[in-house]
Design a protein around this ligand. Sequence first.
Ligand code: 0A1
Ligand code: ZN
Length: 884
Amino acid sequence: MDIARTPSIADGNPQMADAPPVPAQPPLIRRADYKPFPWLVPETRLHFDLGIENTRVVSTLKVVPNPDAAADDVIRLNGDGLQVSSVKLDGLPVKNWEMDGPDLVLPLSAGAHEIEIVNDVSPEKNSQLMGLYASNGMLCTQCEAEGFRRITFFPDRPDILSTYLVKMEGPVAQFPVLLSNGNKVSAGESAGGRHWAEWHDPWPKPSYLFALVAGDLVARTDSFTTMSGREVDLAVWVRAEDLPRTEHAMDSLKKSMKWDEEAFGREYDLDVFNIVAVSDFNMGAMENKGLNVFNTKYVLADPDTATDGDYDAIEGVIGHEYFHNWSGNRVTCRDWFQLSLKEGFTVLRDQLFSQDMQGEAVKRIEDVRVLRAVQFPEDSGPLAHPIRPDSFREISNFYTATVYNKGAEVLRMMRTMAGPVAFRQGTDLYFERHDGEAATCEDFVKAMEDGAGLDLRQFRLWYSQAGTPKVEVSLTHKGDTATLALKQTVPPTPDRIAKKPMPIPLRLALFDRDSGSHDGEQLVILSEAEKTIAFEGFARSPVLSINRGFSAPVSIEREVSTEDLVFLAAHDDDPFARYEAMQDLVVAHLVAVCSDSLTGAAQEAGRKAIAGALRKVLTDDRLDDSMRGELMMLPGQTYLAEQFLVADPGRIHAEREALKVALGVALESELIALHERASTLPATLDHASRGARKVKAQALVYLAAGNPDVAAKMAAAQYDAAQTMTDRQGALMVLTGLPGVARTDRLIDFYNRYRGNELVVDKWFALQASSLHPDAIEHVKALANHPDFNLRNPNRVRSLYMAFAGNPHAFHAASGEGYRMIADLILALDPINPQTAARFVPPLGRWRRIEPQRAALMRAELERIAATDGLSRDTYEQVTRSLG
Ligand code: 0A1
Ligand code: ZN
């Protein structure tokens, strides 16, 4: 770029570059516009003089022309709100640089150069939690996606790979521990109670993987011997009082390291692996090379303060971040449009890991439940985008369930089509070909074609087309032939109306009604818009089990009898399909009830059929409790709402609750018996005890609907006797929804018992915000004024308001008060932490799929936000897309 044509904010050298006001319309960045950067930065040296109020950064970059890019006579270094103190080029001070908006632009002649820039940042003022920030007196960083530019000037894009040598210095008393990426190479004391440490990361990496941590931390340490016999020092760093809660995190790390060697042949590549837990964090965790930074939520656990679900989530997230060392770090992304290259792949890897650790069936069911609750609505709403988006204004808005979870499903389909062995050959080839590179989704697909022997020409559409495909299924029977007719449609989305058919791998089986068995599963790939397949040898019409294991992320539509669903719920040998039959049974019933298409008698018959199927689930002693707990769960409100073009959330909620009442009444004795039997298991972490705790919580949910007095007594007793957080929280969840003294007493007890434990107090906020209590809105308003509520801590904000936004009867209150509260939150949070604020827009953005009165209220709140001056890029983009 020619500097003469660059608009400049100053004639001389501005000592201070204020963050520019956000333009009315932040620019749209397009995938098609990708161009390699004219310069490479093979080496980066950083010096940090650390302070909470002010940190001085000296950055020295070796730059050389990029042989694969068009030459330029300037270098553009991205910045974001930085104060420049000085710039040197090849050792000499220069003044001919300019600020172009937030970026620093420096003229540069061809050849190799060294650029030194000195700038200051203020960690304590950084409430966005991007770049270098302070959390509980410690300093830490978050650089993905574009946070490094808030630390120093740099070509802050993932295709610029550099080795980093980092020296940091600060007061020993305040920052006894100094960590960065890679291996520690030296350390020492300096005058005035100060010390320093130097870290070197030999693996070239993009700036988004840079990390630094300085603080008063202690570590649980351990070691791991890799498959080639190298010893790696492991450490999990936390505040001293949290040390007893780090054992599970360390175990999870060691399991992840071993699993990645066995399942994907991936070995760790540094002498140390550090994990640091921080209380203030926008997301779950971050895979910085050799120095993962985690939200405390995904590190700290003991049975008294963490639920079984928390234990599993910790194992999954530790695995996820660790697996990024190969899928993300050794092979990174060329640009942010390729985000699913690392995220979809790493989610698939963490799902397979958790399946191996916890059991395949239940994990698959949980993953599909999340996909349907979060990704399906995204794919059918105004924020729909392909797993490889074509454009964005703010990349933080694209860390979505589509890029992550649907991305994982797309790769899982390749694995289903290739088989696990060939899929592994594909991933081996991908890692071998692209190690040390910034790659694209296309590179991955090509490696899969070459390594796994798949033809993925048509399959590539899964990367470019958004929207959840619909597959209409019908099975007819004549003579001894069953004929399956399949028809696919990919719905229009805001980015594209006309869509092409995509290959949809469907695992299916045809059951003989009499024997209850089938002759083997088949994989049918539906590549065309329509297809019919004949199956011979069926004297009677068989029962079809389709999309077994959820082999494709599609929605299946078919006319199926209640009788067939009851059959599958009891007999299907694919555990997912069994779960699915239970779900379908309930979905079909509730959709019909909410559409007023059932007579009173038909409604009664439907409830009876569901009660009968659920009774079998409660009493089938071949089922293990963990699976039983899954089969007991009713489809969630959002998934139910997805079944309607225009949903009435009030009606859906009321009918879903009414069904719970009916089931709670009809099955009271079975539910009580199940609860009693499960209560005899010990409070240990083994599979059977965990399953028992799951069914106890589910039993209480139905009993609370059917017989609130009995349920309140049982829940209070469970609460009082609880030896685990799973039991205590399960009981309190039910009590919180039931008016009465047991509720108040136990809520007070819970708070007093765990006061000061941030993560457990988060649960206390969330339980009340998500409760069935009729006054939940009032409770949330009161909690917003609680002394422990704090807009600056994302976990606390989410614990109150995400829980509230997911609570249908409160968020969708017909008055519109719930919508107003979320809009008020967005406006209050946006100036503090835009990334977290923008995450609250999607619940309001669903207005088009909601009945007209509520839709108008939701839209009005979006318009109120849109009309506010000075919105962040994050919130601006989400709100304008949602208004469409
Ligand atoms: N790469 C991380 C997710 C992540 C993204 C952005 C962040 O900035 C606040 C933090 C974390 C992962 O997939 O785990
Ligand atoms: Zn990730």
